[in-house]
Ligand binder design. Structure first.
Ligand code: SAM
Ligand code: SF4
Length: 399
């Protein structure tokens, strides 16, 4: 583990809560004082993390939500500047922000660029007005296209999110929509299959039987269609749900997370992973010079971190103690299992040598014979057939 770190900032506010969404979100009713206090808490928590981590090199920042495009642009600017000052990066780094394509937010894209954002992840969700209405979105397809055009003019890099496998959507509807989206001049697409989460309005409707559910084999057909349409249009599936036109278009932040780089997660409910010394009472880690590679490494134990999910409790906790984030040490085996799960999401897969605590070779060989996994130069990766059933593969590998 080199001495790098990525930063995830969670902003939970949204103009409207979408019926399918189970992220940690809350309605934005313009609660200025609360939002200011949350911004200040995020900044404090970031500084506390710098005290805990010691010198690190920042590799990326991701503002996710919720809807961080509703944040004051000055706040985004201050968080970016503070993170860069606390963890000086080597030159330019990717700074992504999730945005909704409503008029009010589109008007602020320029200011976000001024704040240091250089990649926009736009929640288009669909290019079909009826589908947008079904999804409870507060923008039309036309607004999404205007948002996209503006984003392309303002930011060097733009990605869009789309949701597919909606009730009544046919495979050919989806193929047409995806083809249209892929030809809008973007370099990155994240298509997500609609999942009906318990605790959401859609989840409840599905349980009551008032929302149509696709048969499971249709999910697989939609997934395969997504892969073939995007592949044909030059978008490589570098991860299960992420497609990019060439290496440079891949999300550096998400790649860092899947590859096991440490990341700070701040803001209500945010998760993080940090390598910390075992013996330092959470003091400074002990950077060691790795003579063989000339790199600085962090000698320590991987920790899972999670921020308090309620935003008022999170804010109050940071005000009292400097952080709203709890940490738990992972066993070496847990850390390896997680690295395997995340790494297999990537097309490049994982280096088998890395997994010293896991005895997976024999099971992996069976899955290689059945063409679910592939091995090349000691790297284990999922085949296209394997990716469709990745969760099951991982279960089989680890059980
Ligand atoms: C944090 S959310 C969205 C960011 C932004 N607020 C927006 O709505 O555009 C990230 C993405 O997750 C996807 N998503 C959220 N809930 C989903 C669900 N139940 N099924 C499929 N995709 C979902 C959506 O595509 C969404 O854009
Ligand atoms: S999908 Fe986006 S806008 Fe909708 S509730 Fe979730 S985070 Fe908020």
């Amino acid at each position: 583990m080199t001495n790098t770190v990525a930063l995830y900032v969670h902003w939970p506010y949204c103009s409207r809560i979408c019926p399918y969404c189970d992220f940690n979100v809350t309605r934005d009713r313009g609660q200025t004082a609360r939002q200011t206090a949350l911004f200040e808490a995020i900044l404090t928590d970031l500084k506390t993390h710098a005290d805990i981590l010691g010198p690190r090199r920042l590799v990326s920042i991701f503002f996710g939500g919720g809807t961080p495009s509703l944040m004051k642009t000055e706040w985004v600017a201050e968080i970016v500047a503070t993170a860069r000052a606390l963890f000086p990066p080597d030159g330019d780094i990717e700074v992504s922000l999730e945005a909704n394509p409503t008029d009010a937010e589109i008007a602020r894209y320029e200011a976000f660029r001024g704040a240091g954002v250089n990649r926009l992840s736009l929640g288009v969700q669909s290019l079909n007005d009826q589908a947008l209405k079904f999804l409870g979105r507060n923008h039309s397809a036309r607004e999404a296209l205007i948002g996209l055009e503006t984003a392309r003019a303002v930011f060097g890099r733009v990605s869009i999110d789309l949701i597919y496998a909606l009730p009544d959507q046919t495979l050919s509807d989806w193929a047409d929509e995806l083809t249209l989206a892929a030809q809008l001049g973007i370099e990155h697409i994240s298509p997500y299959q609609l999942s009906l989460e318990p605790g959401t309005a859609f989840g409840r409707a599905a349980r009551r039987g008032t929302l149509k559910i696709l048969p499971p084999d249709m999910g697989e057909a939609f997934y395969n269609k997504t892969q073939s349409v995007l592949e044909a249009l030059g978008f490589e599936a570098y991860e299960v749900s992420n497609h990019a036109k060439g290496q440079a278009a891949q999300s550096a932040h998400n790649r860092a997370i899947w590859e096991g780089v440490d990341y700070i997660g701040i803001g209500p409910g945010a998760h993080g992973r940090l390598t910390l010394p075992t013996d330092g009472e959470n003091g400074q880690p002990r950077p060691n010079k790795d003579a063989a590679h000339g790199r600085v490494t962090i000698d320590g134990v991987r920790h899972a971190t999670v921020a308090l999910s309620d935003l008022l409790t999170y804010t109050a906790q940071v005000q009292m103690t400097g952080t709203g984030v709890a940490r738990e040490a992972l066993t070496a085996e847990d850390a390896d299992e997680e690295a395997l799960m995340l790494g297999l999401r990537l097309r490049d897969g994982v280096d088998l040598e890395r997994f010293k605590t896991l005895d997976i070779r024999a099971r992996a060989m069976r899955l290689i014979t059945d063409r679910f996994l592939n091995i090349e130069n000691n790297r284990l990766s999922a085949t296209p057939k394997g990716r469709v059933v990745l969760d099951r593969l991982i279960y089989e590998l680890l059980s």
